[in-house]
Design a protein around this ligand. Structure first.
Ligand code: JF8
Length: 234
């Protein structure tokens, strides 16, 4: 999976070179390039925003720099990428989308700022590539960069070879098809500040451990995400 990330804050993405995601890049399993949108401006002030038509607070990102950026990235592309635009108004980002894009050869992330990107950019882009407008949750950020950091981590960890034990991807919360949140985890010491590890986990009886874990998953899901149980039963 290769990603182009276009932003006015390239430094936001330095953390991608840390930990598992950075290790995957150094192993050649994934790669990405961060681009400063201002590289596609031509005025002295590298202007990327302007006032909104129709009035209202804030500024809107101008279409011209985005159009030139997408044209350049498409010209250099080996295959037609999917354009992913983070926005509070988007479809929910999901584990299923993370799997889909982990298998994609090329994605382009467009990080908006201010009140967002001129709507014609997504319209124009859709004439040249698949476009997905996605949201990482029902709260409002100041820009798309944090969303892209989250999506990159969710996507890269699913690329084959990145996670040491692929089994660990199966039992986690929101694993596609599981419909349940993951069970609580414990490690040594067996007793800590008066709290003991549940006996069943010390029994060595795999059947009982599995049954206990399934019950804890259902209990936890019913408590905090009953909507997943409805979806699970749908
Ligand atoms: N994804 C996502 C977002 C955003 C978001 C994304 C892009 C921009 C550009 C200006 N403001 C933004 C907020 N807020 N909340 C989410 N779940």
């Amino acid at each position: 999976m290769y990603a182009d990330i276009v932003t006015i804050f390239p430094d936001y993405f330095a953390p991608l070179d840390l930990s598992l995601v950075g290790k995957a890049r150094r192993a050649g399993l994934v790669n990405w390039q961060v681009h400063d949108l201002r590289s596609w401006t031509h005025d002295r002030h590298h202007t990327v925003d302007d006032t909104p038509y129709g009035g209202g607070a804030g500024m809107v990102m101008k279409p011209e720099p985005w159009g030139e950026a997408l044209d350049d990235l498409l010209d250099r592309a080996w295959s037609t990428p999917t354009l992913i635009i983070p926005t509070p108004a988007g479809e929910p980002f999901s584990q299923a989308l993370a799997y889909e894009w982990a298998a994609a050869s090329h994605v382009v992330f467009a990080c908006g700022r201010y009140e967002g990107i001129d709507a014609r950019v997504a319209q124009y882009a859709a004439t040249r590539m698949p476009v997905r407008e996605v949201s990482i949750g029902d709260y409002v950020l100041n820009g798309g960069e944090v969303a892209v950091l989250a999506m990159m981590e969710a996507i890269v960890r699913l690329v084959p070879g990145v996670v040491g034990n692929p089994e660990s991807l199966v039992e986690e919360s929101h694993a596609v098809g599981s419909g349940l949140l993951e069970y609580p985890a414990y490690t040594k010491p067996v007793s800590w500040r008066g709290w003991d590890v549940p006996e069943v986990l010390l029994s060595g009886h795999h059947g009982r451990v599995e049954a206990w874990r399934q019950e804890r998953s259902r209990e936890r899901t019913a408590a905090v995400r009953p909507d997943l149980l409805d979806a699970d039963n749908a």
